[in-house]
Design a protein around this ligand. Structure first.
Ligand code: PRX
Length: 651
């Protein structure tokens, strides 16, 4: 007990005085209300949005069918809420600052500009046959057109499916097919750090032979010429020039889909997580306002990519609904050097920075001098997301980056949750380095043991579940409701299972310990081991593959693949093959999935019934070889010697 108390970092008076929620008591009072009277609480929160028709009901939850409805009967439009009401009230306010890949280059887009651009793109989409309910796939680097096209879809009621521009053509094709997108939006190419991602060439490969995609709209990011197929490919700027900037906003039902976003699961195929309109927007707006304690003068800088859920909720929808100035960062934290983030902060006088521990770890490695030579006086709040933040990294963020002045909010959530579920409120919650602290309003975390028994009390650990619905939760996996039920609601009946392990300490604070399923968190990106395995076995030389994670200084978790090759290929099982297999994964999924280590072995450790002993492989890959478990359960115990000889990590 004494130890946890010691680690408690009190809230900062100067911050709390101006905060929306000023003390732990205020948080607890609001939290109790949100749990005891959820309808009253969420109905009040829904008032911050503009509704064309107010909801008739707040929630309607069918646990049996896993069918959740929030704000039923309500009519609204996401783009209208993000743009029009601000464009009317304060048209000259900057909505988006685009920080280009080239250091020192910025472009400001006001709410009025945004309204015109989005209106034009919406009219372009209509002219290309896109109607309410149609899916549009967006494969763009971090250019303003990415925001315009997402909002344009929302404006006309089309469902956007953004695919991160680091994914391969095969991954893109799979996502286009699963969502049935008829329009694809890409760029001629995308500068990122010192490289250029050939997005149009990748898009061409992805749609080869697909009649599904009728039009490809191409953003001209650079001067590079790319092949354009007549009758299918169109430059977006030329199309926009043909249309007016005014486009009426479609009246959407609260439960109409807003977007699909693919994420990895423990089985092979990526899951198309579907979010709907009313609940998602209320939740993103509310969490953004409270967790980042948003004030009208804030310049908010989230260094993530719009291709991930962090970008959807906390670069685009959350900030714009609150009328905030939000930064879109096209580059990387280390381009051209490790001072880049601080330069953007100083140039733009950013008040809030939200980034991932993996980025912080890569900067710590470069030394404090990069941070210290910047001013950072504008910063008042720091946020972390995507993976557990090691206490040492948390302290560096707090002490060196924030000079002890800025609260740190470690925010735990998932693609499926739509918004932040566990995080401190910066003016109210004392923090502990490494803990996401306490649940957000309306969220009820529950820890459950492997047999499904709820673990009560404090000072306990278990599988992290959620006991009740919250407005921002995903409603289904696109086209696969059964899989949705099985993935999230079958393991522990009536509870949403997150896939994460978690400890609740003596003070009731939550500490996320990482995934307990076959999902890896590599540099804050989710990766299914099964996905990487199926990419490997698609190589003609591979007989079998087993992929596990291991602790990695920079990435958090590294990817280690154990591979057996087919008899004909054994002669050539060499370093060259290791390179070819890494390339194979890059090609099938994308660079983020490239294994750090590929270990070629003659056999994998299996039980007599043929089950691969992953736990054993995980320990070997992590170098924890003392306690490998009972080798007598192995069908062929001799494989162990080879594994130990080849796979123990280099010291
Ligand atoms: O394991 C948790 C980890 O990231 C997973 C969700 O990944 P994704 O859907 O890609 O969303 C990432 C951005 C919200 C979670 O199951 N995770 C996310 N945030 C944290 C975290 N782990 C620990 N602490 C966090 N703050």
């Amino acid at each position: 007990m004494a130890q946890t108390q010691e680690a408690l970092i009190p809230t900062k008076d100067a911050f709390s005085r101006k905060a929306h929620v000023k003390s732990l008591e205020d948080y607890q009072r609001l939290y109790q209300r949100s749990i005891q009277q959820p309808e009253a609480f969420w109905s009040e929160m829904a008032e911050q949005l503009t509704w064309f028709h107010k909801p008739d009901a707040i929630m309607d939850l069918d646990a049996e069918q896993v069918d959740f409805s929030w704000f039923g009967g309500g009519k609204l439009n996401a783009a209208y809420n993000c743009i029009d009401r601000h464009a009317t009230e304060r048209p000259g306010k900057v909505a988006i600052i685009w920080a280009k890949n080239e250091p020192g280059e910025y472009e400001s887009i006001t709410y009025r500009d945004l309204q015109h651009h989005v209106g034009r793109v919406a009219n372009v989409l209509k002219a290309h046959g896109v109607r309410k309910g149609d899916r549009v796939c967006i494969y763009l680097p971090m250019v303003p057109e990415l925001a315009y096209t997402m909002l344009a879809c929302a404006r006309i009621g089309a469902v956007h499916s953004v695919v991160f521009a680091g994914f391969s053509s095969e991954a893109l094709r799979e996502r286009i097919l699963d969502s049935g997108a008829k329009v694809l939006i890409t760029a001629n190419e995308g500068p990122r750090g010192p490289k250029f991602v050939p997005t149009k060439a990748i898009a061409d490969e992805a749609v080869e032979g697909l009649s599904l995609v009728e039009s490809i709209l191409v953003v001209r990011r650079t001067g590079k010429e790319v092949p354009m197929l007549a009758g299918r490919d169109y430059w977006l700027d030329a199309e926009m020039a043909k249309h007016r900037g005014v486009c009426p906003a479609e009246w959407m039902d609260s439960e109409d889909p807003l977007f699909i976003l693919y994420t990895s699961g423990s089985t092979g195929k990526p899951k198309g997580v579907l979010h709907t309109t009313g609940g998602y927007l209320v939740y993103a707006a509310t969490t953004f306002r409270y967790v980042f304690d948003i004030q009208p003068e804030d310049v908010y800088f989230c260094a993530a990519d719009l291709g991930w859920v962090t970008g959807h909720s906390y670069i685009l929808y959350g900030p714009l609904m609150n009328g905030t100035t939000t930064v879109m960062f096209e580059s990387t934290p280390t381009f051209p050097d490790a001072g880049r983030l601080w330069r953007v902060v100083d140039d733009l006088k950013a008040t809030i920075l939200y980034t991932a521990p993996t980025a912080l770890r890569s900067l710590i490695k470069e030394g404090d001098a990069w941070v210290k030579k910047s001013s950072r006086q504008s910063l008042r709040l720091l946020g972390s997301v995507g993976e557990p933040i090691n206490p040492e990294v948390w302290r560096w963020y707090h002490d060196v980056v924030g000079e002890g002045r800025c609260p740190v909010v470690d925010t735990w959530w998932q693609t499926e949750t739509g918004g932040i579920l566990i995080a401190p409120l910066p003016g109210a919650t004392p923090t502990k380095p490494g803990s996401a602290t306490l649940p957000f309003f309306g969220v009820e975390p529950v820890l459950v043991d492997d047999e499904g028994r709820v673990i009560e009390g404090n000072g306990v650990s278990g599988n992290l579940c959620l006991a009740r619905s919250w407005p921002g939760q995903a409603r289904t996996l696109y086209g696969h409701h059964q899989r949705f039920k099985e993935t999230y609601y079958a393991r522990f009946p009536n509870l949403y299972f997150t896939g994460d392990g978690c400890r609740r300490d003596e003070d009731g604070y939550y500490w996320i310990t990482g995934r307990v399923d076959d999902v890896l968190n590599v540099s804050g990106h989710r990766l299914g081991t099964a996905e990487v395995e199926s990419a490997l076995v698609a190589h003609e030389a591979v007989a079998e593959a087993a992929v596990v994670g291991f602790p990695h200084d920079l990435k958090g978790t590294g990817v280690c693949a154990f591979v057996t090759v087919k008899p004909d290929w054994q002669e050539s099982a060499s370093e060259q093959m290791v390179g070819a297999l890494k390339e194979q994964v890059r090609h099938v999924i994308g660079p983020i999935a490239t294994p750090d280590r590929v270990v070629l072995v003659n056999g994998l450790p299996k039980t007599r019934s043929g089950k691969i002993l992953r736990r054993m492989l995980r320990k070997i890959a992590s170098g924890e070889v003392e306690n490998l478990g009972d080798a007598s359960t192995l069908a062929d115990p001799s494989v162990l010697d080879e594994l130990l000889a080849k796979a123990t990590p280099p010291q």
